[in-house]
Write a protein of this length. Structure first.
Length: 246
């Protein structure tokens, strides 16, 4: 997952609105979002290679989404698959101190009305404050151009009077415009690649945005989940009430 924007406790009717693009190698096999056979309370896509996921929600109202942290100037850790962290976070809270063996990451997770943000880069482990947040391959709300554009787009769309904003939300994540060179981050990749990665929607030989996901939770506790696959193409829609135990 390489771009996540969310409006958390901002919209009066939808206390959680999440938009996310998953960027990955095109030949890495993955299943579209579905209720997992071995964990039917989880609704998420699935990485076939390692068995984890990048974003998911549960019937009991837990949410988790992960992005990688990109800095090729540091020594890689070569730890276990980070998708396993998302799987764990869909069942229980995770402390940043317990994740040092993993390659660097960011994770937003928790009950949909009590989200937390952690990473194993600077050890952040804190309550997510209400607001419009953005996360790419650096720390939460780092003002990379595509993060700032996506946050502005999300804020504009959810504050508009449009009766059905879904198409506008997905369109915002399909933007292919690149940032000017003077605004690009320096993450250790060649300049031409840094330019390509500055777009919200990435399309490169062998690598790119595989799917876009919209998750909303309304004020009655109903989850709406829509995933639009790009490579391969497809669409999954799912809706269910949060079922919290007494």
């Amino acid at each position: 997952m390489c771009l996540v924007v969310l409006a958390y406790k901002v919209h009066p009717a939808f206390p959680l609105i999440v938009l996310a693009n998953r960027d990955e190698f095109l030949d890495r096999p993955a299943l579209p979002a579905h209720a997992w056979q071995d964990a039917p309370h989880i609704f998420a896509g699935r990485d076939v290679q390692a068995g984890g996921t990048w974003l998911g929600v549960t019937r009991s109202g837990r949410f988790a989404a992960l992005t990688n942290y990109r800095d090729l100037t540091v020594v890689p850790r070569n730890g276990p698959s980070r998708g396993a962290l998302v799987r764990r976070a869909l069942d229980q809270d995770i402390a940043a101190a317990d994740t040092v063996e993993y390659e660097r990451f960011n994770l937003i997770h928790g009950e949909v009305d009590a989200l937390r943000y952690i990473n194993n880069v600077d050890g952040a482990d804190r309550v997510l404050e209400p607001g419009v947040h953005g996360l790419s391959n650096h720390l939460l709300d780092t003002p990379w151009p595509k993060v700032e554009r996506a946050k502005k787009d999300l804020s504009r769309i959810i504050s508009s009077s449009a009766a059905e904003p879904t198409e506008n939300l997905f369109a915002a994540m399909m933007r292919t415009d690149r940032a000017p060179d003077e605004h690009l981050p320096d993450t250790g990749v060649p300049l031409e690649l840094e330019r390509a990665l500055s777009a919200a929607f990435i399309s490169l030989p062998g690598y790119g945005t595989r799917c876009t996901t919209l998750v909303t939770v309304n004020d009655n506790g109903r989850v709406f989940f829509e995933e639009r696959g790009h490579v391969p193409p497809g669409r999954v829609r799912y809706s269910f009430p949060i079922e919290r135990s007494a």
